[in-house]
Design a binder for this molecule. Structure first.
Ligand SMILES: Cc1cc2nc3c(=O)[nH]c(=O)nc-3n(C[C@H](O)[C@H](O)[C@H](O)COP(=O)(O)OP(=O)(O)OC[C@H]3O[C@@H](n4cnc5c(N)ncnc54)[C@H](O)[C@@H]3O)c2cc1C
Length: 360
């Protein structure tokens, strides 16, 4: 099923919602909205689960958890609550006008942080952007979007992140038709880059001395993708226009050559800190012993160790694409197969012909 916009358009959120509505009509599945699952537990002495919801109690033979990787916005406990500054998560950011007057510190330079900081800077705010480790793919290269490049280079299907890169965020922008995140350009436009926000004492923030290595790492990531793309073009004889300017970076701005190590929030007039620091999982509703010590589900390709309980949509469930709208279908197909296989075992009847006999 295709989206209305098609091509390489950046699809509006309302169109995505319409798309899902059309999909539910097509598969004719009941999709009750506004129903929260409060507790899922195993049935005693027989297979299946009992689940308590805001609309009643039900039983099911299988449960597929698709509650997503973005359940609880995470704000690290760095700035004490009593500090005279408003702290919000990027999930609650709406527009520059909705924030109190004053400068803004945006913590986190993934796609959310970098685009929010850019928007605030354009709106005339004084903005500090706290930059941690990140990947920085080119939005487009040689006429193709990076989503296409990740596809042909096999990166959506990577089975596991490179060692030590489990939680590295991607900084890329969909603004103005799509742009490569360019920290130096943002700084030349007036924004101040700082290292990772480490601590806060008496209203004074301290930044890690890692701004330069973090920017360098993002640059290296961008250049390596360009190298791989060029090699792919050559190896496959593609006729895509060369783009040497993609390798040219602006000069290092002053905030990179003389990075701030600390910031007195009130002296700098900072009225808001926006934490673009990601999300955590929340399985409080799952009363089944299937989580590891860190609260993450134990599973093999979406199949948990408890019969009948499955997951879809988790980061790196089977590949990089697993937690993206684009890419989840591999896991959906696998989990649906596993459910069918298990129900065939359940209806097993040796006399009548073995596995699958009940369906004939
Ligand atoms: C800022 C941001 C930008 C993104 N950009 C892109 C992008 O450009 N392209 C892309 O492909 N992906 C993007 N993603 C990822 C995309 O949003 C996810 O891949 C997609 O939403 C995952 O779908 P899901 O159904 O697995 O989970 P979700 O969309 O998170 O849906 C989970 C649902 O479960 C519900 N739920 C949770 N607990 C319960 C409960 N106990 N009872 C009942 N319901 C419950 C939640 O309310 C929610 O509706 C982005 C994500 C973020 C945060």
């Amino acid at each position: 099923m295709a989206l209305d916009e098609g091509g390489e358009a950046f699809v509006h959120k309302d169109s995505v919602a319409d798309y899902f509505e059309r999909y539910t009509t097509r598969i004719q599945a009941p999709v009750p909205c506004g129903v929260e699952v409060r507790r899922v537990s195993r049935l005693e002495g027989r297979t299946g689960f009992r689940f308590e919801t805001t609309h009643g109690v039900y039983e099911a033979q299988s449960v597929v958890s698709v509650t997503g990787p973005f359940q609880v916005p995470v704000i690290p406990p760095v700035i004490p609550k009593q500090t005279a500054v408003q702290q919000i998560h990027s999930a609650d950011y709406r527009s520059p006008d909705a924030l109190p007057q004053g400068a803004v510190l945006v913590v986190g330079a993934g796609s959310s942080g970098v685009q929010i900081a850019d928007e605030l800077n354009i709106a005339g705010r004084k903005v500090y952007l706290s930059v941690g480790p990140h990947d920085r793919p080119p939005r487009r290269y040689r006429g193709r979007d990076f989503v296409w490049w990740l596809g042909v280079l096999g990166k959506w299907d990577m089975a596991a992140p490179a060692p030590g890169t489990d939680h590295v965020t991607i900084a890329v922008s969909g603004a103005r038709g799509g742009e490569t995140a360019d920290f130096r350009r943002l700084a030349h436009d007036g924004l101040t880059l700082v290292g990772r926000t480490e601590s806060c004492e008496d209203g004074v923030l301290r930044f890690a001395p890692d701004l330069i290595p973090n920017i360098a790492r993002g640059d290296a990531n961008l250049l390596s993708l360009l190298d791989e793309a060029d090699a792919y073009v050559t190896a496959n004889g593609l006729d895509l226009p060369e783009e040497p300017e993609a390798r040219v970076f602006p000069n290092d701005p002053d905030c990179m050559t003389n990075p701030l190590t600390e910031l007195n929030l009130s002296q700098a007039g900072v009225g808001t800190v926006i934490w673009a620091t990601g999300y955590a999982l929340d399985y409080n509703w799952l009363d089944v012993d299937v989580l590891d010590d860190t609260g993450k589900p134990r599973h093999q390709r979406g199949v948990s160790s408890v019969r009948g309980l499955y997951y879809v949509g988790l980061p790196w469930l089977s590949r990089r694409g697993s937690s993206f709208i684009w890419g989840v279908w591999h896991d959906v197909t696998h989990v649906a197969d596993q459910i069918a296989i298990q129900s065939a075992y359940e209806t097993y009847d040796a006399q009548a012909g073995g596995l699958g006999a009940a369906e004939e």
